[in-house]
Design a protein around this ligand. Structure first.
Ligand code: 4AD
Ligand code: MG
Length: 496
């Protein structure tokens, strides 16, 4: 009967004749006995199969003995319990059909050490389409999916939030930040110079497209630099039927509209950032879990983050205990995660960092070393709250007690991992939002629909974005975020 290796390794097929379709992972010979380790991807583990010269035709034994790694086969055999075999079970091959015999698999015979940051890492990245067949990527990608699944179970099934998919192509940039240096405008925009820059940038970015039209488009912007911000900032832009569109950096703005229509909502969607930064925590394409909740204030927002992170981490740590152990992850730190998470006000964080000798002052954004320092303070995640409004995006609600800071928080994962969530209470007052859009030099025409949300039934509301790959990286205790994506996208990698 047809079955899977996963089921055989669970022990339900002992003494039975089975048929398996799969791939050769390893092959080794002991004279008249030949062992093939065969995988069918139902589990990361292969099953040991044994072919005996005296039980098969000479021709078939020869074919089996010569099969290369990754050859695809279908075979029939008898399942036996054998505690010398990895996993405790073995299949004795009675017949085998070759689907494709492979001779020259580039990743054959690589040692396990290849994963430990040696030069072979790049070789594996260049062969990611094949490397994902190995047990380690297989396991990490499975856990990444579990992070998404657990988030869905918590938000959709337990809290009854509705899942909605926001668009990826937008004209409204979500994470637009102010052109500032320490809270003051960085430079006066020189419209003439900016226009020249824009023309150059547009030509660079759209070399094959209707340049005359784009030139005119830029000239027609006159004093309005908002579209230039589009071209200059770290967004992927595209000529879009006579306009410039961007790939979204976050589904938040659209989720806010959905929240007014559907109640508490969340999205599980990709975000795109054209940042050049090459760090072990940055991808140009990553996924976020983004809830948006009506009538929720900053406090409610932090509470939801604590509950969601706790649920996801606990669920995954429990369900994937074996897999995490396989990755070398000590799961004890994960088992300790539970509400409440410590909160540090941004101003206190700056004090702490200064005392520890970091060159940082109030108004600066926190970089990776700063986040790491805070992240190592606690066994559990830590919120850094109330950043200066000036270094955060336009939509964040100012703290009524001190409007220079925003009602926002970034959640730092422990063990040195740093930011895994960014969130805030959103501005719900029409005048204030209009003022901010002006201050951030955004084009009110593009944001008209978003402004409308403050005209028709506006209520205080909050939300956040949890980075799927960042959370997976922490849960699996990885050094490099690229391991968490099927095909990681960075400024240097678009293929494979
Ligand atoms: O802090 P960010 O930029 O916040 C937003 O995009 C909000 N609009 C989300 C919201 O409120 N709905 O990004 C949110 C999270 C970060 O905390 C981080 O986990 C992840 O997304 N993230 C990245 N992950 C990988 N590579 C990058 N370049 C990332 N940038 C952000
Ligand atoms: Mg952030």
């Amino acid at each position: 009967m047809d079955t899977t290796i996963k089921k055989i390794l669970e022990g339900t097929y002992v003494g039975k004749e089975v048929t398996i379709k799969g791939w050769v992972e390893k092959s080794r010979s002991h004279g008249k006995v030949h062992f093939l380790h065969i995988t069918d991807r139902s589990t990361k583990d292969a099953i040991q199969t044994v072919a005996r010269f005296d039980q098969l035709t000479g021709e078939l034994f020869k074919i089996i003995s010569n099969l290369g790694v990754q050859s695809s086969v279908s075979f029939d055999g008898l399942v036996k319990e054998d505690n010398r075999a990895p996993g405790g079970y073995e299949i004795q091959i009675n017949n085998l059909r070759v689907i494709q015999d492979v001779r020259d698999y580039p990743l054959a015979n690589l040692e396990k050490k290849k994963y430990e940051g040696d030069p072979e890492k790049e070789f594996l990245r260049d062969n990611r389409h094949l490397d994902i067949r190995n047990p380690r990527p297989y396991t990490i990608l499975k856990i990444r999916q579990d992070v998404i699944d657990a988030s869905r179970v918590y938000l959709r099934d337990i809290l009854d939030f509705k899942e909605i998919n926001p668009p990826m192509l937008v004209s409204t940039i979500c994470e637009a930040v102010r052109e500032t240096e320490n809270g003051k405008p960085k430079k006066k925009v020189d419209i003439k110079k900016t226009m020249e820059d824009a023309k150059r940038l547009v030509e660079e970015q759209f070399p094959d497209k209707d340049i005359d039209y784009l030139r005119k488009y830029v000239s027609d912007m006159k004093g309005n630099v908002s579209d230039l911000i589009f071209v200059e900032k770290p967004y992927f832009t595209k000529y879009y039927f006579g306009k410039i569109a961007a790939l979204t950096v976050s589904g938040q703005l659209e989720m806010e509209a959905a929240m007014y229509a559907n109640g508490s909502v969340f999205g599980v969607d990709p975000s795109f950032r054209a940042e050049k930064s090459r760090t072990p925590r940055h991808l140009t394409e990553f996924w976020q879990v983004e809830p948006e909740v009506a009538f929720a204030d900053h406090e409610d927002n932090l509470k939801l983050q604590e509950d969601l992170v706790t649920y996801v981490v606990k669920t995954v740590a429990e369900k994937r205990k074996k897999e995490l152990e396989f990755l070398g992850r000590d799961i004890k730190p994960l088992q300790k995660i539970e509400p409440h998470f410590e909160r540090i006000i941004y101003t206190e964080a700056i004090d702490m960092l200064q005392k520890a000798g970091y060159d940082i002052k109030w108004g600066d954004d926190l970089g990776a070393p700063h986040e790491k320092f805070i992240s190592l303070k606690n066994d559990k995640p830590t919120f850094i709250e109330k950043y200066p409004a000036n270094i955060k995006p336009f939509y964040m609600q100012p703290d009524p007690k001190n409007p220079d800071v925003a009602l926002c928080a970034d959640l730092m994962a422990p063990e040195g991992y740093g930011e895994v969530i960014g969130g805030s209470q959103r501005i719900h007052d029409l005048k204030l939002l209009e003022q901010r859009i002006k201050e951030y030099k955004l084009n009110p025409v593009d944001y008209q629909w978003y402004i409308d949300l403050r005209k028709y039934g506006s209520v205080p509301h909050s939300g956040f974005g949890m980075g799927v790959e960042r959370l997976t990286m922490w849960i699996c205790h990885l050094d490099d975020i690229q391991e968490t994506a099927l095909f990681p996208r960075t400024s240097r990698r678009l293929s494979p």
